[in-house]
Design a protein around this ligand. Structure first.
Ligand code: BGC
Length: 246
């Protein structure tokens, strides 16, 4: 039996974690969610991550932990900070968390984590070809797979159309913040996904994030040449993928 591992998903509004059964991809305990501290500095965020590790110590002990962050991560170093404090840029997150948590860690982009989870347990289990997973939440994250192999840190959510960063215009939060109808928001999503498919010509697009629960409200409105499906794991994909990476 594979022992459960802890996955932690750092978001702009909340930091969520839970132990994950890696045989099934299911959470072994209810997830713990703590509001993201403001300012979301590396030290403040690391303190919350430590709290989550402590809360699940009885289940996972000091086994390695996977940590998903809403940023580009190369070799453990955070390179961007769209939804976190800018002091993250250049921070060696791997070293920071290892020193704080006293256990091995794997740090990766949150959309990449969600994509790994969907490819292993979810909507696109074992999918081949070019698969683009898009997470719609406070921002837009993307994970690109070529025959099951992740191309990390694609950041297609920041594609600009007419000078606007689509991460702000077509994310799930924009529908609420800009008081858009599903029709109006779907038109923005259409622009974004249409642009992305023209660049990549994927075989499949998977739409994730909590909003994929409402997929019936917007997927039928999209006019894309690529098949589009909703993700299965929704808000838990980041936690599950982080544990998987660990
Ligand atoms: C960040 C991405 C992240 C996405 C979803 C974007 O603002 O640039 O790295 O995957 O938000 O959290």
């Amino acid at each position: 039996m594979i022992p459960p591992l802890l996955g932690i998903d750092i978001g702009g509004t909340g930091i969520k974690g839970a132990p994950v059964d890696l045989e099934t991809g299911k959470l072994c305990a209810s997830r713990l969610k703590i509001p993201t501290p403001r300012p979301a500095t590396p030290e403040a965020v690391a303190a919350v991550v430590a709290e989550i590790c402590n809360a699940f110590f009885a289940v996972v002990g000091d086994a390695s932990v996977g940590i998903a962050v809403p940023a580009v991560v190369t070799r453990g170093v955070v390179r961007t900070a769209a939804n976190l404090d800018t002091s993250w840029i250049g921070t060696d997150a791997s070293t920071l968390f290892v020193e704080r948590l006293l256990r091995p860690v794997v740090v990766l982009n949150d959309a990449d984590a969600a994509g790994l989870a969907e490819l292993t347990y979810g909507a696109v289990k074992d999918a081949s070809g070019v698969v683009l997973l898009v997470t719609l939440g406070t921002g837009i994250g993307t994970a690109l797979f070529v025959n099951g192999q992740l191309v990390p840190n694609t950041e297609l959510g920041h594609l600009a159309i007419d000078g606007f960063d689509m991460c702000d215009k077509a994310c799930a939060a924009a529908r609420v913040n800009d008081s858009l109808s599903w029709k109006a928001w779907s038109a923005r999503l259409q622009d974004f996904l249409g642009y992305a498919e023209d660049l990549l010509w994927p075989d499949l697009i998977v739409v994730g994030g909590g909003i994929s629960r409402d997929a019936h409200r917007f997927l039928p409105r999209l006019r894309l040449r690529t098949p589009v499906i909703a993700a299965n794991l929704q808000n838990e994909a980041g936690i599950v993928g982080a544990a998987l990476a660990a």
